[in-house]
Design a protein around this ligand. Structure first.
Ligand SMILES: Cc1cc2nc3c(=O)[nH]c(=O)nc-3n(C[C@H](O)[C@H](O)[C@H](O)COP(=O)(O)OP(=O)(O)OC[C@H]3O[C@@H](n4cnc5c(N)ncnc54)[C@H](O)[C@@H]3O)c2cc1C
Length: 401
């Protein structure tokens, strides 16, 4: 896309049409990557600073020399000729009313609206609450209530983060088993909703390796093997293919499904915590548990999919990726025995969604939603991470999802 744009631009210049609106816009678009860090920083601090336009220009001046002349003229014009109050209001408007709703739902109503619009086009949705982990038992209780309310009132399929259900303060005391019990207690309450209403589903997100990987897997599988939930098929877990030991987990899931005689849902992802895991492994003096090369993560993603195809009676797979090659591999594996759905993040893969609709492949949009009683600011870090991912589509910078 980038190269094509460049070629088109060169053609416009050759044809002596470099000053048409299209040419100018394309030229600006081709320089967006230099300016992107400034915009991302602005998104993160916008709600805490009195003068966003001043901040933006201070950041843009750091890359001033690399910008084309027409952009510099445009920025100089806005900086000097636009009244600050108008400029700041315009920036806030664009961020809050245009960019933010493109990636996130600002609350229950916005989510319900997106859900009904997408459902009319044959696209499902998964609701996820953005925000920080639960610090205290009260935070965890609030999240649990909101998940329950969402499932019973406005969301059919929710994504649940273990870190929102187990308060961070319990990790300073107790054993692994105490922490697992706390997670199981919280999940058990939620699992009753899909148990009594087959129209609802839960996927438990995969979070940081050292703290959550084993805890989450053990808690979810133990619950799914218990008498209460051994027939439950609309609950599952996310699995990260950047983990060197991911195949062991895939086998554990398949074995658990065989034991209970009912399939388990799995959302296969690549993993979103590479940088922080790296820091954490160093801090703990532990071996790095993830692949160091992206090709290995991609290959493992395909190998796990192959393995699930071989055990298609035991798993209900969702393939969560925006990578055409990874999705292509999954689509190649499809047959009458192995079907799956695709999940994509809201705002990150509209063209993929259109293609999936065209091929009639079941798919859902994962929509992060601002929890009730929280301000839009709680979604700004998520938004900044998505903007970074767009500027770094091959995941080299890697940020937490
Ligand atoms: C619907 C949905 C739900 C998700 N849920 C979760 C979740 O529960 N938990 C979670 O952790 N993530 C989750 N993710 C994020 C996911 O893990 C990826 O970070 C994101 O989708 C980018 O991967 P990709 O296949 O789309 O893109 P690609 O560009 O193909 O892959 C980028 C990914 O490759 C991996 N990678 C990049 N460089 C390296 C390297 N040097 N060594 C090893 N690996 C590398 C990283 O995992 C990086 O995220 C979810 C994504 C989607 C779409």
């Amino acid at each position: 896309m980038f190269i094509k744009t460049d070629e088109y631009l060169q053609q416009l210049i050759r044809e002596n049409r470099p000053w048409t609106i299209t040419a100018i816009l394309l030229r600006i678009a081709n320089h967006y990557y230099q300016m992107q860090p400034a915009f991302i920083k602005l998104v993160q601090v916008m709600d805490d600073i009195p003068d966003p336009s001043g901040y933006l220009h201070a950041e843009l001046h750091k890359v001033w020399g690399t910008l084309p002349r027409e952009l510099r003229v445009l920025f100089r014009f806005t900086e000097h000729c636009l009244p600050k109050v108008v400029y700041n209001a315009a920036l806030r408007f664009v961020l809050d009313k245009v960019i933010f709703p493109y990636f996130l739902a600002s609350g229950q109503e916005a989510y319900a609206e997106m859900r009904s619009r997408l459902e009319k086009e044959g696209t499902g949705t998964v609701m996820d609450f953005v925000g920080e982990e639960a610090e205290t038992a009260k935070d965890a209780g609030d999240y649990q209530r909101e998940y329950l309310y969402a499932m019973t009132r406005y969301a059919k399929h929710i994504a649940v983060k273990p870190s929102s259900l187990v308060p961070a303060d319990i990790f300073s005391k107790g054993t692994f088993d105490d922490h697992k019990q706390a997670l199981k207690d919280a999940l058990r309450t939620l699992f009753f909703v899909p148990r009594f209403s087959s129209a609802t589903a839960i996927t438990v997100d995969a979070e940081e390796y050292f703290q959550w990987c084993k805890l989450t897997e053990d808690a979810v599988l133990e619950l799914l093997l218990s008498d209460e939930f051994c027939e439950l098929e609309n609950v599952g877990i996310a699995l990260q293919s950047y983990r060197k030991d991911v195949m062991r987990s895939a086998k554990k899931i398949v074995d658990a499904a065989k034991k209970r005689g009912h399939p388990i849902r799995v959302r296969l992802v690549k993993g979103a915590y590479w940088n922080s895991e790296h820091e954490e492994a160093k801090k703990r003096g532990a071996a790095f548990p993830l692949f160091r090369k992206k090709e290995n993560t991609d290959t493992m993603f395909e190998l796990v999919l192959d393995y699930f195809k071989d055990h298609s009676d035991q798993v209900r797979v969702s393939v969560a990726s925006h990578n055409a090659k990874s999705l292509g591999h999954a689509i190649d594996l499809r047959d009458e025995n192995f079907t799956f759905s695709v999940e994509i993040l809201n705002g990150m893969g509209e063209s993929i969604r259109r293609a999936l609709m065209w091929f009639e492949i079941p798919h859902s949009i994962y929509i992060p939603c601002v929890p009730p009683n929280k301000s839009q600011a709680s979604g700004k870090h998520y938004l900044a991470r998505r903007l970074e991912e767009i500027s770094d589509p091959h995941g080299c910078m890697m940020t937490n999802m």
